[in-house]
Design a protein around this ligand. Structure first.
Ligand code: ATP
Ligand code: MG
Length: 248
């Protein structure tokens, strides 16, 4: 399995505070890789560095052989690294179908004078993505009326419209009911199994983390304190004590 993403010595400082403090991270293609750690560990900041929302203070970031550290988000997304973002990205008054079509248009860079063949091809492509996240029956429903779980599924659909090879999910099951969480887990597993997608996710629910992940990286105060196959990390008493201790 080849490495799709490699971060080396990644640092992000805010003033004198290092939110991400020399992180090394290697993510193999086709795997589900979780980044866990207590509140304030630096997980979201790390994700922002990966997607280009934040520039690294220092360190190196390679995605499929391209040096992406410091490149803007649209460039990084076009290279195939996309993040599903919370509600801010959803257009509330659009239907599910209209939202996904809009995301596809932005990928195709075709906004005007769309020929009818293009229009129908776009609809087919949008419906494929909508079906993939389990929202077919809601295609013509306004996004803002969707349940919380379905809105999160739509966010995944909007990211998938970019046809990414690597998908970032920051707390994908936050605020979900157990039933909704299970559906999200099944969706993520299906993306890697059926489409070969690579997923990096941050998640506080340990049952979800160890149920879904191939690899787990544990962060604490901006640093990686453990890294490896999920079963090994789970068996690491010291790590779990630090993690659970600071979480409690
Ligand atoms: N823009 C910023 N300016 C200053 N400090 C920041 C900024 N963004 C994050 N931080 C700080 O960096 C640290 C890491 O924050 P981050 O959001 O990455 O943690 P996290 O691991 O995602 O936590 P959580 O589990 O609560 O989501 C925190 O102490 C936070 O206050
Ligand atoms: Mg966070």
């Amino acid at each position: 399995m080849s490495d799709l993403l490699v971060a080396s010595g990644l640092v992000r400082a805010f003033g004198s505070f290092h939110a991400v403090d020399g992180v090394d991270l290697t993510v193999a293609e086709g795997t589900i890789h979780s980044v866990i750690g207590p509140n304030g560990a630096g997980k979201t900041t790390l994700f922002r560095l990966l997607t280009g929302i934040l520039r690294p203070t220092s360190g190196r970031l390679d995605f499929d052989g391209d040096q992406i550290g410091g490149k803007p988000p649209d460039v990084v997304a076009r290279l195939g690294l996309a993040q599903a973002f919370q509600t801010t990205n959803i257009f509330p008054r659009m239907t599910v179908l209209e939202s996904v079509r809009a995301a596809l248009v932005s990928r195709h860079r075709r906004t005007r004078d769309m020929l009818s063949w293009f229009h129908s091809r776009l609809t087919d492509e949008a419906m494929e993505v909508i079906d993939r996240v389990g929202l077919s029956e809601f295609a013509d429903v306004e996004s803002q009326t969707l349940s919380h779980g379905d809105q999160r599924a739509l966010e995944v659909a909007l990211a998938l419209a970019m046809r990414p090879r690597l998908l970032l999910l920051d707390e994908p099951t936050a605020g979900m009911s157990p039933f909704e969480s299970q559906r999200m887990v099944a969706l993520v597993q299906g993306l890697t199994r059926d489409m070969g997608l690579t997923v990096i996710l941050s998640e506080h629910d340990m049952d979800t983390v160890f149920g879904i992940s191939d690899e787990v990286t544990v962060m604490h105060q901006g640093k990686v304190i453990a890294d490896g196959p999920a079963a090994e990390v789970r068996a690491n008493d010291e790590v779990m004590a630090i993690y659970l201790g600071s979480e409690a």
